[in-house]
Design a protein. Structure first.
Length: 312
């Protein structure tokens, strides 16, 4: 099978490398120094102290350089989704499926607007991944997992086949029959971790162990669950409690990409996470005071980081 990883960050490199090791044809879309590094050095996966190096990988600058694709994994940041989706129209084969792997709940609908809901798979990634240099991706914590489903709620042969391909590559995978609810379950998890971790500048272990910040964490989850239900999402009644219990299983030293991006002076996914909760809360009339506090506390840092973005 032929896979394309659009975006060569930690998630794209990790899952692309696993599929390569399983014998599939994988091409990475990258730019600048990352593109040169991938071509010259390949990819190294690190699990604990066990590195696995793939010395040669296929990497190009544009999706226009790739033919006959079976699956496109979209691993760019949320604010890059619209630009990336503009290139998808060139892939007209009916069997091609587009899997979104962003944090948040908007990306699948953006992509479906370009290629159709039947060809769009909303996807959720579980696991902590970090690029330690341009070509090395480190994974810690919960087993790497992809949960996905056709955004229109239907099924097709390529959609069903993906489950087998991921499983055979050693990737935990699940085909969701209600991907919208699954997306929101992940949205609760990531947004709460990112918001509380970043506003407190703390690791997961630190803020979940402190009574005051644990209360803040739970409040974020409760507010988000209320917004989801107001939008008609079929979340479980105990979604906030289940998510908090899951957070208690995470590595104590873990941080989120949003946390790392903001403190490192990079643009983050604040608008697609906490910002989106605040926006949707206003649209549905659901109060979100804790999320609003976190958003207001971080927005100036986000603006400074974006002002310092280098031109492409």
């Amino acid at each position: 099978m032929k896979f394309v990883m659009v975006g060569s960050g930690a998630v794209g490199c990790y899952f692309g490398a696993r599929l390569l090791l399983a014998g599939h044809d994988v091409t990475f879309i990258a730019r600048g120094e990352r593109l040169r590094a991938l071509r010259e050095q390949g990819i190294t996966l690190v699990h604990g102290d066990e590195p696995t190096r793939i010395p040669q990988v296929g990497a190009v600058e544009s999706l226009n350089e790739v033919d006959a694709v079976d699956y496109v994994f979209l691993g760019v940041k949320t604010w890059q989704v619209a630009e990336a989706a503009q290139t998808f129209s060139a892939l007209t084969a009916e069997h091609t499926r587009f899997l979104t792997l962003q944090n948040g709940v908007d990306a699948p609908h953006e992509v479906a607007g370009m290629v159709g809901a039947r060809r769009t798979l909303g996807g959720i990634v579980r696991g902590f991944f970090e690029m330690t240099d341009l070509t090395t991706v480190r994974h810690v914590g919960v087993p790497p997992t992809i949960i996905y489903g056709q955004i229109d709620g239907g099924r097709s042969a390529p959609t069903d086949q993906l489950l087998r391909l991921l499983t055979e590559a050693g990737i935990n995978a699940e085909h969701s029959t209600d991907i919208e609810a699954s997306l929101w379950e992940k949205f609760l998890l990531v947004t709460a971790l990112s918001g509380v971790g970043t506003v407190t500048r703390s690791t997961v272990g630190e803020f979940r162990a402190c009574a005051e910040t644990r209360h803040m964490l739970y409040g974020v989850l409760v507010e988000m669950a209320a917004v989801a239900r107001a939008r008609g999402v079929r979340l479980r009644d105990d979604a906030a409690d289940r998510t908090l219990a899951f957070i208690d299983t995470f590595p104590a030293t873990a941080t989120t990409s949003l946390h790392r991006d903001l403190i490192n002076g990079l643009p983050s996914e604040l608008e697609a996470q906490t910002g989106a909760v605040v926006r949707m809360g206003r649209e549905t009339g659901v109060p979100t005071p804790i999320n609003q506090f976190i958003y207001a506390s971080l927005i100036l840092q986000e603006a400074r980081n974006r002002a310092g973005m280098k031109p492409k």
